[in-house]
Design a protein around this ligand. Structure first.
Ligand code: LIP
Length: 342
């Protein structure tokens, strides 16, 4: 597979879909009116999501008729609803399309919304990713071994280069964290997420007058409502990490390629709070343990190596901080993508 050719076509698709999104956003095309998916008012779809996905699918099928396509709105092109894998015995690439990530933002005309397109090879390796915010005209793109780019001209992370690259923070109190609340508002899930959110913000140690607190006291938490753009903010180096349980492959697939090419890492976001038996199990929080279909995600930015330490020390320090972050976050049970109807 020619990664550059696929990337060029993915960028073309992102511009085609992005133009439809921008026109609707500006009141010049389809309606931004949203309806609730499966009766959940926190999970929206618009006619623009559907039109963009259909347009992108048709263009891919015309150019690469044998390739598999997996989209947020219509699932697998061949109708397969369970048993999804990226690796496949047809030996063909898989396109992973989120026509509009951040649909709530789009419907509200809040300008953080994007089309996200990724490609994995037949062995299941994510190798091309494009995330395009057509409202702010920011296009993030990457292919394996080609670096990650903003608008095809600015290398990520930003600023780039050995002198400019950011060092690893010394503690969680120096970290800015992307955190999404997702669309599952059932009480147990919401309680768990809010408890995790609170623990991230709470003072790191000591008595707050109402008893002992043991939070992470991170520098700040942001919820922008679009997982693909959260991923790109980590790739840029604007966020130190982004955590979410419950989002889907199409929210993070393109961002995974962009983040890795920017020197960062994707890890399992499985929460470790209240699970002392696994708090020290380093094998749980490694790049190798990341499951793209697992719906538990922790994205970590790259970091410059410490001058006195071995190459790779910057990334290792970030992964170590990521493990510590997970000890403040509760796990939430979710069903893997493609195990039941998505
Ligand atoms: C949304 C994400 C958001 C996440 C939601 C949902 P959609 O995607 O980007 O960050 O919290 O669970 O997946 O539905 O707007 O494409």
């Amino acid at each position: 597979m020619d990664h550059q050719e696929i990337l060029n076509f993915a960028i073309h698709l992102a511009h085609r879909g992005g133009a439809i999104i921008r026109d609707a956003f500006n009141g010049q095309g389809l309606s931004v009116d949203a309806v609730a998916k499966q009766g959940n008012p926190s999970d929206l779809v618009t006619e623009v999501d559907q039109h963009v996905e259909r347009t992108v699918r048709a263009l891919i099928a015309e150019r690469y008729p044998t390739h598999r396509i997996l989209g947020e709105e219509d699932g697998m092109a061949d109708g397969q609803t369970t048993g999804w894998t990226l690796a496949n015995d047809r030996h063909v690439p898989t396109w992973i399309v989120d026509p509009i990530d951040g649909t709530t933002n789009f419907a509200q005309r809040f300008p953080f919304t994007a089309i996200s397109i990724a490609v994995s090879d037949a062995e299941g390796n994510l190798c091309v990713g494009v995330v395009y915010n057509p409202i702010l005209n920011e296009l993030y793109s990457a292919r394996v071994d080609g670096g990650a780019w903003l608008n095809q001209t600015t290398r990520l992370p930003f600023p780039h280069g050995p002198e400019a690259a950011a060092r690893a923070p010394q503690s969680l109190s120096e970290c800015l964290i992307g955190f999404e609340h997702g669309s599952d508002r059932t009480q147990a899930v919401l309680d768990s997420r809010l408890a995790s959110h609170r623990r991230l913000l709470a003072r790191s140690a000591g008595d707050n007058g109402e008893g002992q607190v043991h939070g992470a006291q991170v520098r700040g938490v942001r919820c922008i409502g679009a997982g693909s753009l959260d991923m790109c903010l980590v790739a840029r180096g604007a966020y130190d990490m982004y955590w979410e349980i419950g989002s889907h492959l199409w929210d993070i697939a393109a961002g995974t390629v962009i983040l890795r090419e920017a020197g960062g890492a994707m890890l399992s976001g499985c929460g470790l709070y209240g699970r002392p038996e696994v708090n020290t199990a380093k094998e749980l929080v490694t790049e190798a343990a990341f499951d793209p279909l697992g719906r538990k995600y922790l994205a970590v930015r790259g970091a410059a190596d410490h001058p006195a330490l071995d190459p790779g020390s910057g990334k290792a320090a970030m992964i170590s901080l990521a493990r510590e972050l997970l000890t403040h976050l509760e796990d939430i049970e979710v069903t893997r993508d493609g195990v039941s109807d998505a």
